[in-house]
Design a protein around this ligand. Structure first.
Ligand code: 13P
Length: 287
């Protein structure tokens, strides 16, 4: 059964670890992430961007696939199915389709409009037991065509949004989606500490998990980050493993062209990456 992310993140905040949100792109991705979380006895959040939602034939298809897998693969760890960077319209669509968690990203609106729209999403989602993530201060870089300015959030604005009753709060602290540039200044821990100070118990979300050095991840968790999003890193290892398979000519040997064989190295690479992250985030045996 899908669960809201609220309780798993409260537990994470109290226990000083983080739950990974791994974005899904297809059946192989979903299966690899669910099996790894189960093997490590860790809660997990499956992230779906609007673009990935469209690619996978819509939100109802995704709910059917994930619920089916949870049952057929005997997944017993807590799993939240979460809309990533949703517009108001898509937050409503995913709530309707049966997602258990949504992110409403109003960071590109002015703060008053962000507050109004976030409030409306909270009201509807909470009436159905669905958790809500809000965002203050756009996350930099590009994800699925959504380009963020890379702002550092204003802690006072974070407090305003947190007070609306969201279940988790994403705040820009110099993090970027995709690969980090050579000259990246790193995470702004001073701002993170101020946000944590003002928002107290609120689980904070770190987007752009790909490529953030391990020591920065650990420090962010110690300063209140309870959910970390990873997407690009799984895509990179999947592509690399698939390329190696093809370049070695394995698709031309026997039935190596069978998609179950062709995609297997990529799936194993995703599993290894997700395992590495779950261990780093400290959520092993926290299911
Ligand atoms: P990365 O693609 O940089 O890992 O970011 C993922 C993310 O933040 C999803 O919202």
């Amino acid at each position: 059964m899908l669960v809201s992310a609220a309780q798993m993140l409260k537990d994470a905040k109290a226990g000083k670890y983080a739950v990974g949100q791994f974005n899904i792109n297809n059946l192989e991705w979903t299966k690899a992430i669910l099996q790894t979380a189960q093997e490590l006895n860790s809660p997990v959040i499956l992230g779906v961007s609007e673009g990935a939602g469209k690619y996978m034939c819509g939100y109802k298809t995704i709910v059917g696939m994930v619920e089916g897998m949870i049952e057929e693969l005997n997944i017993t760890v807590p799993v939240a199915l979460h809309l990533d960077h949703g517009s108001y319209e898509h937050a409503l669509k995913t709530i309707e389709a049966g997602f258990s968690s949504v992110m409403f990203d109003g960071s590109h609106y002015d703060i008053e409009e962000n507050i109004e729209k976030t409030k409306a999403v909270i009201e509807l989602a909470h009436s159905k037991g669905i958790s809500v993530e809000a965002e203050v201060g756009a996350i930099g870089g590009e994800e699925d065509g959504v380009i963020g300015g890379g702002e550092v959030a204003d802690p006072a604005e974070c407090k305003k949004i947190a007070d609306l009753g969201v279940d988790m709060l994403a705040a820009g602290i110099g993090n970027i989606h995709g690969k980090y540039p050579e000259n990246w200044a790193g995470l702004n821990f001073d701002v993170l500490a101020q946000i944590q100070e003002l928002t107290g118990e609120m689980p904070l979300v770190l987007h752009g998990g790909t490529g953030i050095p391990d020591d920065m991840i650990k420090k962010a968790i110690s300063l209140g980050v309870s959910k970390i999003n990873v997407n690009t890193e799984c895509q990179l290892v999947f592509a690399e493993a698939t390329r190696k398979y093809v370049e070695a000519g394995k698709d031309l040997e026997g039935k190596g062209f069978d998609p179950r064989k062709l995609l297997a190295p990529g799936v194993e690479a995703i599993k290894a990456k997700v395992k590495e992250k779950i261990e780093l985030f400290g959520s092993v045996n926290k299911a």
